[in-house]
Write a protein that binds this ligand. Structure first.
Ligand code: CAA
Length: 296
């Protein structure tokens, strides 16, 4: 595989473009919004600068990486010579199904179509294409240049050879792949989201405060971030939508999202991206300030 098309220039899309381009693949980053594409290229350059500063890569390698990335505003043009398409659009089922219909219409017949979805069924996505055996989940973790894991999800119809080739490709990216089957939340979020939800329920029931919950999980379990900080980092709207997929898909009340999480999302408190979640975020500052709402 040489030509990789990445659809969606948000946080995950720019991270995925970054790691492919850094390993020498030709990347086409696709987004309907030109300002979003410009912002993504600036973010990639900034993250490459971190790697230059740490002497992980040289200035020349930074320039080569950036030269491997081109941008495009339409799926039709952007996937026309792809060997692999990685879709990293917003986590919305209808949107993703429409994008996959479009990719399927314009990508070469041999191309593999991957989704970076964190919870939407790969089998359902595959079913709207004419190549269901070539559709697979390739779930990167945020921040993509740092996190080693790629959770690979075999849909009900995914070909073994396709799955094997995505495992090999992930290794070429310097990542560690883990292959799972397509059931709600796969493995990463089936296990992560109930932990985050339980942390929010503990806060909601007054068992402990934000700081206490996160400190216990950080220091007691050696997690780099406590569950409430991690929820803010992922996005509270994303956490809620994944919990709903688990709740609907597995039919078990233990996955019911905490009413506090629902309230926060309804109020537009989405975590880092909105500036306020369990913590308050100030641009340019790394200080963790517990939100006034919870700082009792
Ligand atoms: N690109 C390149 N490098 C980056 C980076 C980026 N976007 N972000 C951070 N880094 C590098 C930094 O340069 C730094 O490098 P060194 O270790 O060489 O110094 C390192 O990563 C650590 O960064 P910072 O010093 O800025 O900050 P930190 O020590 O607080 O670590 C963190 C930040 C890596 C995000 C860490 O807090 C962490 O691992 N958090 C947990 C992340 C996690 O769990 N992610 C998964 C979320 S779930 C998901 O993505 C899937 C889903 O479906 C919801």
């Amino acid at each position: 595989m040489k030509n990789i098309s990445v659809i969606g220039a948000g946080t995950m899309g720019n991270g995925i473009a970054h790691v492919f381009a850094q390993k020498g693949f030709k990347v086409t980053l696709i987004d309907v919004s030109s300002p979003q594409l410009e912002k993504a290229l600036a973010t990639i350059a900034k993250n490459l600068d971190r790697q230059v500063a740490k002497e992980v890569i040289t200035e020349a390698q930074k320039a080569e990486t950036l030269a491997n990335i081109s941008t495009c505003n339409t799926v039709a043009e952007g996937v026309s010579n792809a060997d692999l398409v990685v879709e990293a659009a917003t986590e919305n089922t209808t949107l993703k199904l429409n994008i996959f219909k479009e990719i399927d219409a314009y990508a070469p017949a041999a191309a593999i179509l991957a989704s970076n979805t964190s919870s939407i069924s790969i089998t359902q996505i595959a079913a709207v294409t004419k190549r269901p055996s070539q559709v697979i989940g390739m779930h990167f973790m945020n921040p993509v240049p740092v996190m080693k894991l790629v959770e690979i999800i075999n849909g009900y119809t995914t070909d073994k050879a396709v799955s094997d080739s995505i495992v090999e490709l992930s290794k070429q990216l310097g990542k560690i792949p883990s292959v799972v089957n397509d059931y709600p939340g796969f493995i990463a979020n089936r296990i992560l989201m109930p932990m985050i939800n339980e942390a929010i329920i503990s806060l909601y029931e007054g068992v402990a405060g934000v700081n206490e919950i996160d400190t216990i999980m950080k220091l007691g379990m050696a997690h780099p971030m406590g569950p409430l900080q991690l929820a803010d980092f992922i996005g509270l709207d994303v956490c809620l939508s994944i919990l709903r997929v688990l709740h609907d898909g597995l039919g078990n009340p233990k996955y019911a999202p905490c009413p506090l999480l629902i309230n926060m999302v309804t109020a537009g408190r989405l975590g880092v991206k909105s500036g306020e979640g369990f913590y308050t975020y100030i641009a340019g500052s790394k200080e963790l300030i517990v939100s006034k709402q919870f700082n009792k």
